[in-house]
Structures are given as structure tokens and as C-alpha cells.
Design a protein around this ligand. Sequence first.
Ligand code: PMP
Length: 359
Amino acid sequence: MARVYNFCAGPAVLPVEVLQQAADEMLDYQSSGMSIMESSHRGKEYEAVHNEAIANLRKLLNIGDDYAVLFLQGGASMQFAMVPMNLLGQGMTADYVNSGEWASKALKEAKKIGKVNVAADCSKDIPTRIPALSELKLTKGAAYVHITSNETISGAQWKMFPQTEAPLVADMSSDILSRPVDIDKFGLIYAGAQKNLGPSGFAVVIIRKDLAERAPESLPTMLQYRTHIASNSLYNTPPCFGIYILMLVTRWVLKVGAENLYRRNIEKAAKVYAAIDSSGGYYRGTAVKEYRSDMNVTWRMASEELENKFIKEAEKNGLKGLKGHRSVGGLRASIYNAFPMEGVDALVSFMKDFQRRNG
Ligand code: PMP
């Protein structure tokens, strides 16, 4: 069996030992005679998985009792709509920071629901970046302030979060669990699972419970955070298998140590950026240095033709998924928690070798 180095942006690489354990337990989960996928979501086997997944997240992120941890279907995109549906009351304004493609999508949904103020917009800036805190034009008495902690496509990342009077809401899809965060600074955090947490199909939502009470009772039951808080994300059948994998991934993070992963993430990203910066302009980073993402490293080359050649040859060398997002082109190396250091070293030596042969 040959595993490649998988640089995909999401779904993305998962820890090998998690995949191995899932494979070992596939036919007979803990002597139940069936896989966890086939088990009742009300049974004791699945219940233990579900509750451990929540407990692990609580431990890793130091989440207090005033917050609920939810697993909700529809991915992060569903949260683009659920956040304003639940938190943006009539006559209120929500502040949105538009830092790129994902922030724009969140903003577009909020506008369908209520009144929105664009607190800053650098979504079209090249090189790509995050607005400086001093640029933010926040509304007095805003319902909430929405940010996108890491723009997966452009490779720009908030390094310091704003202190806001209104509850801070963050889309952390592509950098949750990759670095320390102070949960108490946020009213709500959401993240699609398919990068640092597990497979696709759902989002993790961490919400300060009092905020869920803002939702109008007329909102459909499934769209109210209240429903899922009251039922511990078991109002209907949850994505059991995905949550099982998340449970294994969070167990792995606890074992390796979140701090160790954080340090390793910085080191991994620094190696790729160093390869870009020392190439004499052969590789050109696309994000402003100060805001360079530690999760998604993006760069361009002299022509699309050369970029395609790079991608093709990289693939032949077992480096897969380096093509930039279809909306922007270029190259992108997504190096989430589970991405190994050896894969980064392999990429860096391939970059140097490619330049030597084609420079
Ligand atoms: N936000 C960000 C920052 C993302 O990177 C993505 C997906 N790549 C999404 C939202 C959308 O997530 P989903 O596909 O789970 O709806």
C-alpha cells in the first residue's frame, strides 16, 4: 500500500493511526458484532462515541459550561445561514469582515436574512490579506461581528482576533484545533469537519448558550440552535460515522498534544514559506507576509503552463492535491494537523529540484 502526501484543502489528510483503527473496528465495533455505522444512534455504543467526541473537544479547547458543542449537518455553509437566522434579530445589524471568498459567502447569506454592515473589505486585495484591526468599522450595538479566521482559498489568516463589544462569531473551518484560541472571546465558532476534525458531512458549532435564545420560535425546528442544544445534537439521526472519526481524531490530538501540533504547524508552514522566499521570485507567495496562513500555503509561478507542469510532476512524485482552488488558480499546499513533516520536506526538496530543472 502506497500512501501519497495529500495536500488537499478538504476533505483532507487524516492521521494514519485513526484510519487504521477505523479499519480494524469496521466489521465488529467493540464486540458488538456490527460496525459503528450500523449501530443505533440511541444505543450505548454510539452514545459513548458521541459523548467522548464532545468531551474531547471541550478538553482540547477548554470550553466552559456556558457553551454548547454541537454537531450539525449541512457543513460550514449551512452555518452561513443559521448564524443570521438565529442571531440577527429584526432591526439589528450584523458586522461582517470580508476577507476573501469564504467570508463573502457568509456575508451573502446574512444579507438574505437581515441588515448587514461590511466592517472592512479586503476580499479583492492582491496580495491577499486580513484587514488590520484599525480598519474595522464596527456598528454600535451590533447583533454580532463575523470573521473568517483562515481564508482557505487565499491562504490569509487572522493572527490576532479583534476584541469586540458584540459577540464575535468565527468561521474556523480551516484552522480549528491548529492553534490555541480563547473560547471566551467568542460568542459562536463553527467549523466544517473535513479539515482538522474528520470527514465531511457536518460542522462543529460551539455556541454560548444564551445566544441561542435570540432565535424566533417561528424558525423551523431543525434550524434552531436551541433544538440541538436541548437534544445534545441527537434531535434527529446525526452523521454517526463522521462523529466517530472526529472522536478518534480528537483522541489523537489529545495524545500528541495540541501544543505540540501547534508548534509543528508553525514549523511546517515556515519551511514552505522559506522555500518560496528563497527562490528568487521563481515561486511568489500570494498572501501578505504578516497574514500568511499556517494551514494553506498559496503561491504562483511565472505562467499557468509552468504551474500545470509543476502540479503534474509533483503528482508523479507522490505529492497530490497541490492545485490551487479553481476560482483563483496557482498552487496551494494545505498542511493541516495530520499532515506529516516528512511530506513538507518532500515538497520543499521537490520545489528546489523543479526550479533547478526548469528555472
Ligand atoms: N468556510 C471555510 C473557511 C471553508 O474553507 C469552507 C470549505 N472549504 C467552508 C466554509 C464551506 O464548508 P462546507 O463545504 O463544509 O460547507
